[in-house]
Ligand binder design. Structure first.
Ligand code: CO
Length: 291
């Protein structure tokens, strides 16, 4: 986080909200309770994003078993840990401890088997996992992995007092921790004081959404309350988004360039065709996923 106070990006035609979505309570891994904010039914609309899970609980029974060894192929997972500690280990020999505002970016590529296990027996565990698709030509690439502590994540404060963490992409001239050429993901965590506004330019055609995890905001005159996802319309003349905080608020702003490729998903495998899914299942069963 730097101490520069950056002026707003000028937006002439802000995007309106196309649709508000409420996540679904579910559980995954070894019984971790979470809210699936972006589910499979939104994959086409929010291409290149495949999933967004929000987890948050003060009850260890809701998270303590974590996510024991499981495979992935064909996409990237971005885990953003707001509070709590999670130990990560994978088949490529990577290991890391994710905590307190840290991000883990994992490119599964042709295959990873990993575990994500909480390292605490009490207290709050809160965070997000976003799944970002890989273009067809990169689905069988070598796995890649990086951990970023909160201090390593680029950030800035706007003139209006909005604190911005740039996990991916670029905002107000500040480049994020990770950039990707094909999907050009933008992933911002915004902490907005009540009454402040934040503007962000967005390329036409990029799919974009806002998830409010504290407080409430207004976007183009429509209010978005806590735990609501606002899908932003892809108007051809729109050049960005304007977010106004109606209370102290914390939101994720996520956008990316759609791949417009077929999506074939079976659980933790996301490929382009059913045949590639069978291949992934066979490779996993026969121990060839990570070789
Ligand atoms: Co995983």
């Amino acid at each position: 986080m730097t101490n520069t106070f950056l002026p707003s990006e000028a937006i002439q035609h802000p995007r309106p909200i196309e649709r508000l979505v409420v996540g679904t309570a579910t559980s995954d891994g070894a019984g971790v309770k979470l809210t699936r904010v972006v589910a499979q039914s939104l994959q086409r609309r929010l291409d290149p994003f495949l999933m967004l899970d929000a987890f948050g609980s003060q009850n260890p029974d809701d998270y303590i078993a974590g996510f024991p060894d499981h495979p992935h192929r064909g996409f990237e997972t971005i885990t953003y840990m707001l509070a709590g500690r999670m130990r990560h280990r994978d088949s490529a020999g990577h290991e890391g401890l994710l905590e307190n505002g840290g991000v883990q970016w994992m490119t599964a590529g042709r295959g990873v088997i990993h575990s994500e296990i909480p390292q605490q027996e009490k207290g709050v565990m809160e965070g997000f996992q976003l799944w970002l698709n890989l273009p067809a030509r990169d689905k069988m690439s070598a796995p890649w992995y990086r951990d970023f502590t909160a201090a390593e994540l680029p950030g800035f404060v706007t003139e209006a007092g909005v604190a911005v963490t740039v996990i991916a992409g670029a905002s107000h001239g500040v480049t994020g921790a990770v950039t990707r050429a094909t999907t050009a993901p933008l992933y911002l965590d915004l902490h907005l004081p009540a009454g402040s506004r934040f503007t962000q330019t967005l390329p036409v055609g990029h799919n974009a959404f806002v998830y409010v995890y504290r407080g409430a905001v207004e976007i183009a005159g429509r209010s978005v309350s806590t735990q609501h996802l606002a899908i932003l319309a892809n108007d051809e003349q729109a050049d960005g988004v304007v977010i106004e905080a109606t209370s102290d608020a914390k939101v994720l702003l996520i956008a990316g360039q759609p791949l417009n490729e077929p999506i074939a998903q079976y659980g933790p495998f996301v490929m382009n065709t059913e045949q590639e899914i069978y291949q992934a299942l066979n490779d996993f069963r026969e121990g060839r996923l990570v070789t």
